[in-house]
Design a protein around this ligand. Structure first.
Ligand SMILES: Nc1ncnc2c1ncn2[C@@H]1O[C@H](COP(=O)(O)OP(=O)(O)OP(=O)(O)O)[C@@H](O)[C@H]1O
Ligand SMILES: [Mg+2]
Length: 261
């Protein structure tokens, strides 16, 4: 679980980037963080991955007080956290396979295990056929998927993505979000996705936290679709016929207002 308790962050130059932010994210959740430029989204991410420490309050991830970690222990903590940066940060001289493998080599994993896991994640992100390509031979979307494969290879409990669809066209955006949903579902990874993309959030509604000027202004969770509830029941009862009827009666999902701080 991620838990921020009354977190404030003031940078050395006096900028007050976050004010008294409290937030809980359960294991396996998929949330969006939205908000205007300069509102504190990346600061929040930096507090989560231990790049920055809170000025006051506490940041707890899986029971670890991240802001209190010794500098020499942060790298160990980061093994639990996968971060996908908007500018990919791939190693240009290495192939797709080597870029992903590198993330595991630094964990001292045995070679055979590394090869197995790399093949597995490249399949998951649909890049098995690009294993031997170098980053410059890939499209933007493929580079982005390589960055995601690299971030999830070590099976982090949390995957954080800062603007994962920033440079993608609408079709690729849709593919990207479906990939993130698949990771959330199949690898049971908690997803924290920073985005400005209203269309994506509308098409794939999830709990959405909105930050403005360092404050959480809304925290909304969409009501579950009738379709999803019906599909779950169908799976349990193993009666696929019910599914067709249920899909025909899908309703628009409504938002319910959650905690506001
Ligand atoms: N290292 C830093 N030192 C001083 N001020 C900083 C630092 N990093 C960010 N800030 C300031 O903190 C505030 C929040 O910045 P942050 O990067 O968290 O915004 P953001 O919501 O991620 O914006 P964007 O959507 O543009 O990425 C801004 O006023 C920014 O200028
Ligand atoms: Mg940012």
């Amino acid at each position: 679980m991620i838990e921020l308790k009354n977190v404030s962050k003031k940078y050395r130059n006096g900028t007050h980037a976050l004010h008294d932010v409290s937030l809980k994210v359960n294991d396996g959740e998929f949330i969006y963080i939205m908000g205007p430029t300069g509102s504190g989204k990346s600061t929040l991410i930096k507090l989560l991955d231990g790049e920055e420490v809170p000025t006051s309050g506490s940041v707890l991830v899986s029971g670890i007080n991240v802001g209190r970690l010794k500098k020499s222990k942060v790298y160990l903590y980061r093994r639990k956290i996968g971060v996908v940066f908007q500018d990919y940060r791939l190693l240009p001289e290495k192939t797709v396979f080597e870029n992903v493998a590198y993330a595991l080599e630094i964990l001292d994993m045995p070679d055979e295990k590394i090869r197995k896991r790399v093949r597995e994640v490249l399949k998951l992100v649909d890049l098995a056929d690009k294993s031997n390509a170098k980053p410059h031979e890939l499209s933007g979307g493929q580079q982005q998927r390589t960055a995601i494969a690299r971030a999830i290879a070590k099976k982090p409990t949390i995957l954080i993505a800062d603007e994962p669809t920033g440079n993608l066209d609408p079709d690729m955006t849709n593919e990207m979000i479906k990939l993130l949903e698949k990771i959330n579902r199949e690898e049971k990874t908690t997803l924290v996705v920073v985005t400005h993309n209203d269309v994506m959030v509308e098409n794939h509604p999830k709990r959405t936290i909105r930050i403005e000027a360092g404050h959480i202004v809304t925290d909304r969770t969409p009501e579950p679709k009738k379709e999803e509830t019906a599909v779950e029941q169908t799976e349990v009862e193993e009666e696929p016929v019910v599914l067709e009827t249920a899909v025909a009666t899908v309703e628009e999902e409504a938002y319910s207002e959650g905690e506001v701080s």
